[in-house]
Design a protein around this ligand. Structure first.
Ligand code: GUN
Ligand code: FE
Length: 382
């Protein structure tokens, strides 16, 4: 509630503060205050000695000073770096299949329904409400191929007061009956979509260029989308190296490319504003390229175990100098909550630790690291 009022308003919250300034520690201020001026945090203070002075400095009257109750605390909003809004109705469904069969059996048939804007309206209102309730103040959403429904997701986000990157999905290759686009339409529609969102929304709602993944888009379309990203200084999101069957199929579709990462690199899609979901099965060479491009990975541990994709070694990604955030990957993951993603990330890391033998010197993720990935780490990916 407070967050929703935060945009363009000024206020102070007095009480306990928990936040993350770096990945190795958690900052806990038992009693202090945080001052927000016109939607931006201007100070985080320990103790309340400077409270009155701060109020005067920014002209914040007593009515705009909120005192937390005993046991309450403030913390940064969660950042969901990868979520499919249209897949919300499928949460918890279809984990008898792995990625490629799961897409054709459960996911594409559901996404096709968003041709109907009334259907989209219902689901999108409810997922945005749900993620806000779970503490997600910023999300990177995949919508569907449909222009009108994707704009409606932007409407919902804007009205309900979330910060979001919203992508109209692109697919022009190996598409199911009734759910595909040709290259030209996909490009024209995406450019119009970017202009619509950049021109008409508040600055908290941004477009993001969203080729579904290398198996759904040919090289020509991916190159065009990379050019759009440059022209409009836009973010990019897609999937990479989630499932071993997928990795084999990508190598077969792009025999001239060295590996999965090289496919996106060749297309010009790897920028420092790109977020790649998963990255479970990347080679050391691929990690080097991603680190050099400043491209981030969205770690989606709930999805990776639900779809039996694998255990993503976040420690290895961090050691390679890659920016990492957390994602729910609804409905590959069954939970809309980033708090759940924190728990899953810790569990996955501990499973990797056990897999290496308990006398190994592998250090599983700590809760302060997972908290950082869910907040500041996700923000860096943006
Ligand atoms: N790869 C391509 N599309 C999807 C999707 O919708 N979900 C997941 N988890 N992976 C994908
Ligand atoms: Fe996904």
């Amino acid at each position: 509630g407070l967050y929703q009022k935060a945009y363009a308003t000024s206020f102070i919250i007095v009480g306990s503060i928990v936040h993350s300034e770096n990945i190795t520690s958690l900052t806990i201020i038992e009693h202090g205050f945080i001052a927000v001026v016109r939607g931006r945090i201007v100070s985080v203070c320990k103790g309340t000695e400077k409270l009155v002075k701060t109020q005067h400095k920014y002209g914040i009257d007593d009515n705009s000073v909120h005192h937390l109750s005993e046991g309450e605390f403030v913390m940064p909003g969660f950042i969901d770096t990868h979520i499919h809004a249209p897949q919300y109705p499928n949460c918890g469904l279809g984990y008898d299949k792995q990625l490629l069969d799961w897409l054709t059996t459960y996911t594409f048939p559901l996404e096709k329904k968003y041709m109907d804007v009334d259907f989209a309206t219902k689901v999108y209102e409810s997922i945005v409400n749900k993620t806000l309730t779970n503490g997600t103040t910023t999300a990177a959403y995949f919508a569907t191929l449909h222009y009108d429904s994707s704009l409606f997701l932007a409407d919902s986000v804007e009205r309900l007061g979330q910060r979001a990157f919203i992508g109209k999905v692109n697919m022009n290759h190996d598409t199911p009956e009734g759910y595909g686009e040709d290259t030209y339409d996909s490009f024209i529609c995406t450019e119009q979509y970017i202009r619509d969102i950049q021109g008409k929304r508040n600055e908290l709602v941004q477009p993001i260029i969203t080729p579904r993944f290398a198996l759904s888009c040919d090289m020509k379309l991916m190159i065009l989308l990379g050019e759009l990203a440059t022209k409009y200084n836009a973010h990019i999101q897609t999937h990479i190296s989630e499932n071993t069957g997928e990795v084999v199929a990508v190598q077969k579709m792009y025999p001239e490319c060295k590996n999965y990462t090289d496919v996106y690199d060749t297309a010009g899609l790897l920028t420092n504003k790109t977020v790649l979901a998963h990255g479970v099965h990347l080679s050391d060479d691929e990690l080097k390229v991603l680190a050099a491009r400043g491209t981030a990975i969205s770690h989606c541990p709930n999805s990776n175990t639900s779809l039996k994709s694998g255990l993503c070694d976040v420690r290895r990604l961090l050691n390679a100098g890659i920016k990492v955030g957390l994602g729910t990957d609804v409905s590959g993951g069954y939970s809309t909550s980033i708090l759940n993603a924190i728990r899953c990330a810790l569990q996955t890391s501990i499973h990797i630790f056990f897999g290496k033998g308990t006398d190994s010197d592998y250090v599983p993720l700590s809760y302060h690291e997972a908290f950082n990935l869910a907040t500041l780490g996700g923000a860096k990916g943006r």
